[in-house]
Structure formats: C-alpha cells, structure tokens
Design a protein around this ligand. Structure first.
Ligand code: CTP
Ligand code: CA
Length: 226
C-alpha cells in the first residue's frame, strides 16, 4: 500500500520533508516571499515514499498536488508556522530533509490594516530575522539524520560545505540558481556533500534528481547507523 512502510531503501523509516517558500506578511494584502516553487521538495517527498518511507510533508504556500504515496501533508504559510509544524513532527522522524526556502526575515510588525501610499515618501520596512528551523531541529532531535539544501548564486561549493559544518548536517544538497536551473525550472542539478565526501548529480529532471538523492540518503543513513 502506498504511504505505508513497504519494501525499499527507506522501508520502516519516517521521513519529514519541508518544501516550498514561506510568505511573511506585511499587511493583509502583501507579503515578502521567494521564488521557490516547491517542486524539488515535493519530488523528494515522493521519492522517499516510493523508497518505502512513511513521509510527512510540510509545505509552504505552493500550488502543487500532494505527491503520490505520502502519509501526511501539513500546509503552512510563514516561517514561524513552518517551524511549529516541523518541530511538532520531529520527535518521530528518523530523517529530516529541509528542502524549503525558508524566508530569512519577516516584517518586525504586521500591519493589521492595508498600508497606504504616502505622497512619494519612501516606505521603510523593519525586518526581524527568522529562527533557523534546521538548527532548532538539530537541537530538539539530535538522533535525526539531517539533510539541508542550499540554493546559491555563486561560490556554491564553499557556501554549501560551510553550511554543512556550521549547521551540523549529515548531508547538504546544493544547487546554483539561475541559468535555467533551480527555482521555477523543471530541471535542476545538485552537488551533494557530506562529511568527508560528495557526489555531483548533473542536470536532470527534479524527479530523477530526487530519486538519486534519496538513494544516497538511504545509503549514508544506514552507514551512520550501523
Ligand atoms: N533553513 C531553515 N530555517 C531558516 C533558514 C534556512 O531551516 N530560517 C534551512 C533551509 O531549509 C535549508 C538550509 O537551512 O535546508 C540552508 O538554507 P539557506 O537559505 O541556504 O541557508 P541560510 O543559513 O539561511 O544562509 P543564507 O540564506 O544567508 O545563504
Ligand atoms: Ca536563507
């Protein structure tokens, strides 16, 4: 039965995936968002389910149907809501894959009424930094195998390897955004890094990349736990 524990590389494991952007409200009609479509994260959730995992997907605001075979989908909007949903599901997760493009900042105040123009005077928004969900999850669930994503426009390898170490991750999947890849594109290319190793996954569909990522996650997970 799809969605239950089955045969496959992740059989018997519970996988928590975050996907999509977050929207940080400015006022009742406006928000700060980013260009993540959620497609890479949804493909990862589907690949994990077809590898036999019981998958919980925490999705930011996206317009995508639920991936085949997942056990549960939690829809959220803001980084704060995503954090709450992820941490709420974390205790029972063996593996967390943070594919979401979490907004780094939110308006310090959310206006309860629509902001009006002010005769040409510039508008200045005060932004507060959002908590780092991956970091909080690492503290709350030290047993979980942690996979981060990093979308970079430049110096991909250096930034990704720095995040791997700084966030205490077991693996990071880095991609260069732009050039017809990454956000809003059908294709992607990923560079995987883990402590002491890595693998290049050349340009392919997000679905094919997700399957290769999941195969490598399963292998590294078994290695770390054996
Ligand atoms: N992440 C998170 N919570 C945040 C920001 C990021 O959990 N508030 C996670 C992302 O889901 C991703 C990883 O951290 O798996 C790396 O995200 P990224 O934006 O590349 O890293 P940052 O630490 O936010 O650094 P920067 O945006 O400055 O490059
Ligand atoms: Ca960020």
């Amino acid at each position: 039965l799809a969605g239950s524990f089955g045969d496959g590389a992740l059989a018997g494991l519970r996988v928590l995936v975050s996907a999509g952007p977050t929207y940080e409200d400015i006022d009742p009609v406006r928000f700060i968002g980013n260009r993540s479509s959620g497609r890479m994260g949804f493909a990862v959730a589907e690949a994990a389910a077809s590898a036999g995992a019981q998958v919980t997907l925490v999705a930011g605001p996206v317009s995508l149907p639920s991936p085949a075979g997942i056990a549960r989908r939690l829809d959220v909007r803001s980084a704060a809501q995503m954090r709450e949903a992820v941490l709420g599901a974390a205790a029972s997760a063996d593996i967390y894959i943070g594919a979401a493009a979490v907004g780094d900042y939110r308006p310090a105040q959310v206006a309860s009424r629509k902001l009006k123009k002010r005769d040409g005077a510039p508008l200045v928004l005060d932004l507060a930094e959002n908590p780092d969900i991956l970091k909080d999850l690492a503290a709350a669930s030290p047993h979980a195998f942690l996979v981060g994503f990093a979308a970079e426009t430049h110096d991909v390898a250096a930034y990704a390897q720095d995040k791997l170490a700084r966030k205490g991750l077991d693996m990071i999947a880095a991609n260069r955004v732009g050039e017809g890849l990454g956000f809003e594109a059908d294709d992607n290319a990923l560079s995987l890094y883990w402590p002491g190793g890595g693998e290049e996954l050349p340009r392919a569909s997000k679905r094919a990349l997700a399957a290769r990522l999941i195969a490598r996650v399963a292998e590294r997970y078994r290695m770390a736990r054996s």
